[in-house]
Design a protein around this ligand. Structure first.
Ligand code: ZN
Length: 138
């Protein structure tokens, strides 16, 4: 069995953003030389997510509105976590959107459904954040 590990960094200009990282994960699968196996991709931070969904701007707006209803950023003082930090909402949003995805690798390619794309969801950005890709197989 082979294994391959890669980290990359995303630094958003805004506090919240959704970024399609499918190409980056695809590239890592190519670099790994692994033809049959599994790829894990996860955020290495507790205020951002990696998830799979549709690359459609209306849906991304809907996610933003929905997450703000569930865990509004402000007022900051509504959260016990805030004080030293102001990112309690980002921890909650990350929990809802998930930490990682696992995708099958078949014939050296990501075995995704027709509309499935891999996204990085940033909820406390404006600083560099690390994302891990780990691929195992043969
Ligand atoms: Zn925090």
């Amino acid at each position: 069995m082979k294994s391959y590990r890669k980290e990359f960094v995303i630094h958003t200009k805004t506090r919240r953003d959704f970024i399609n990282i499918t190409r980056i994960v695809e590239e890592a699968v190519k670099e790994s030389g692994i033809k049959e196996g599994l790829v894990l991709c996860n955020s290495m931070h507790i205020t951002s997510s990696v998830f799979i969904n549709d690359d459609e701007s209306g849906l991304h707006h809907d996610f933003e509105v929905w997450l703000e209803k569930l865990a509004p950023e402000k007022p900051y003082e509504q959260y016990r976590h805030n004080g030293y930090e102001d990112n309690a909402d980002a921890h909650l949003k990350r929990t809802i959107m998930g930490r990682e995805v696992v995708v099958a690798v078949t014939n050296g390619k990501l075995d995704l459904g027709t509309w499935e794309q891999i996204f990085y969801g940033e909820f406390d950005g404006k600083r560099p954040k690390r994302i891990l890709i780990k691929i195992i197989g043969e």
